[in-house]
Design a protein around this ligand. Structure first.
Ligand SMILES: [Fe+2]
Ligand SMILES: [Fe+2]
Length: 199
């Protein structure tokens, strides 16, 4: 940060290196994939097509597992000096809720048929996850404010998470260090109890 003549602090504007561009492109592609899965889930719930909904719920967990992992383990902590602790907590809470919702979606889509209520509930859960996809994609304007070396660290963490390829609910129950906060903690354990076998 540079000091202006009047003593005010001026934030250096971000530098976009090839590493920044690579991360932005990879992450954007991942968000596109998740967006399409979520929109596909909404369409499947509308058509009461339980088979497609089940397949898409699994795809959601496969895609979101490594993605959430590198974000929480590396991207969010490295962004904290730029966006602040409260925003990082918000992003992680959004993940808490998406995990709980993915378990509910697993429970709903494991049934033989989708009733009207289940289809409506399924759509509601998916629509609740959807805004995080665009919020998370928008973070790249903040990533421009961190160094190339830090971006390289995120890229390496992403590679690692993809190599280990642990699906969302397995990661959440076995590896994720963050504990679910407040209501999500109760919700998480209650949902897991109800939906035995799906998370
Ligand atoms: Fe993301
Ligand atoms: Fe995220």
């Amino acid at each position: 940060m540079a000091k202006k003549a009047n003593g005010a602090t001026q934030m250096a504007s971000g530098t976009v290196t090839p590493a920044h561009e690579r991360l932005r492109n990879l992450s954007h592609e991942e968000h596109r994939e998740v967006r399409d899965i979520l929109l596909g889930l909404i369409a499947a719930f509308e058509a009461r097509d339980v088979k497609s909904a089940r397949k898409l719920q699994k795809e959601l967990c496969i895609h979101a597992g490594p993605h959430f992992r590198y974000e929480e383990e590396t991207l969010h902590p490295l962004l904290q000096p730029v966006v602040g602790k409260v925003q990082v907590e918000h992003l992680n809470r959004e993940h808490d809720r998406a995990i709980v919702d993915a378990i509910y979606l697993g429970k709903i889509t494991a049934e033989k048929k989708l009733g009207e209520d289940e289809a409506r509930q399924g759509k509601r859960l998916v629509r609740r996850i959807l805004p995080h996809v665009s919020d998370c994609d928008g973070l790249h304007v903040m990533v421009e404010m961190i160094s190339e070396a830090e971006v390289e660290t995120i890229l390496a963490a992403r590679e690692n998470a993809l190599k280990e390829n642990i699906s969302l609910l397995d990661w959440a129950s076995k590896i994720r260090e963050r504990s679910f906060r407040d209501t999500y903690q109760r919700d998480y354990y209650a949902t897991r109890r109800q939906a035995r076998g799906y998370g």
